[in-house]
Design a protein around this ligand. Structure first.
Ligand code: PAF
Length: 283
């Protein structure tokens, strides 16, 4: 596996590969790779003949009060894991290579509607940062397919909208959430949990399952169930940000007529902000 840090070098390599390879896959990440990321890489290697993974901690998607300086950076270990997973090329540029001397003067891509909901409310500018970075990667790599984890379900829908609105010829593939044996969704940010918080954290997934169970038992009073979700999380020791039952495509509040819904949750334990979701059919 080659590791490349320059945009022009990556473009050259991919132009060469495009002559011989049938399809180019892209797996965008911020590094500190865990089994969830490697599942994306494996899916990419199964459906694309040449796979580029990117590692870049994108300053534009972190708020002023967020954890960019402490975000875990483990490039050497990540390289080893990518080799084992069968990745062909790693792109790990510097901030300057991607944004020039000042990220804050970059042109920004705003995906309307979806960016303002849920995580977008508490993280203003976050989704514009994601959309800008992903657009840059799409332009640099020009992949046939790009792979994203469904733990960041709002991000996945946002990228699908971006691709649709800008008429990009890229297939967006969502890969199912990878969980620890106790149900906690894998995330680089789980490293911020203390031992005590780590014991509580799986309750986030358990709570989604509880509420989903009520829905499967024909309870369709979604606004009441959302309140119940928040209360259960508070009782378990979380600081909930939202517990929302939404239409699975628009992420607007679901109503009893909707057949595809998603239960979405964001909640903090100490300094660690966790998100999770559960998608389901009601009929
Ligand atoms: O999901 C992530 O890790 C990031 O938001 C992404 C897609 C790599 C963009 O920086």
């Amino acid at each position: 596996m080659e590791t490349i840090t320059s945009i022009s070098e990556l473009r050259k390599l991919l132009d060469d590969r495009r002559m011989t390879e049938q399809s180019i896959g892209l797996v965008p990440t911020m590094g500190n790779l865990h089994t969830g990321h490697l599942k994306l890489v494996k899916a990419a290697t199964q459906s694309c003949s040449f796979v580029t993974t990117t590692i870049f901690v994108n300053p534009l998607q972190f708020g002023a009060d967020e954890d960019i300086t402490t975000y875990p950076r483990t490039l050497n270990e990540d390289q080893e894991k990518l080799i084992v997973a069968g990745c062909h090329c790693l792109f790990a540029p510097s901030v300057e290579e991607v944004y020039g001397s000042n990220p804050l003067t970059s042109t920004v891509i705003h995906v309307p509607g979806i960016s303002e909901l849920h995580c977008g409310k508490s993280r203003p500018g976050h989704f514009a940062g994601v959309a800008t970075m992903v657009s840059k990667l799409f332009n640099i790599v020009r992949p046939d397919r790009a792979f994203f984890g469904l733990k960041d379900y709002q991000q996945y829908l946002l990228i699908k909208q971006l691709v649709n609105d800008l008429v990009l010829e890229i297939e967006i593939i969502g890969i199912e959430i990878e969980r620890e044996p106790d149900g906690l969704a894998m995330s680089s940010r789980n490293a911020y949990l203390t031992a005590e918080e780590r014991k509580i954290a799986p309750f986030l997934h358990a709570c989604l399952n509880d509420i989903a169970g009520a829905i499967l038992n024909e309870d369709r009073d979604y606004r009441k169930l959302e309140k119940e979700g928040v209360k259960k999380l508070q009782e378990a020791g979380f600081k909930p940000e939202y517990f929302s039952i939404c239409h699975a495509e628009t992420l607007q509040p679901a109503n009893s007529e909707d057949s595809s819904i998603v239960l979405m949750v964001a909640a903090s334990l100490g300094i660690c902000r966790l998100i999770d979701n559960l998608r389901m059919q009601t009929s």
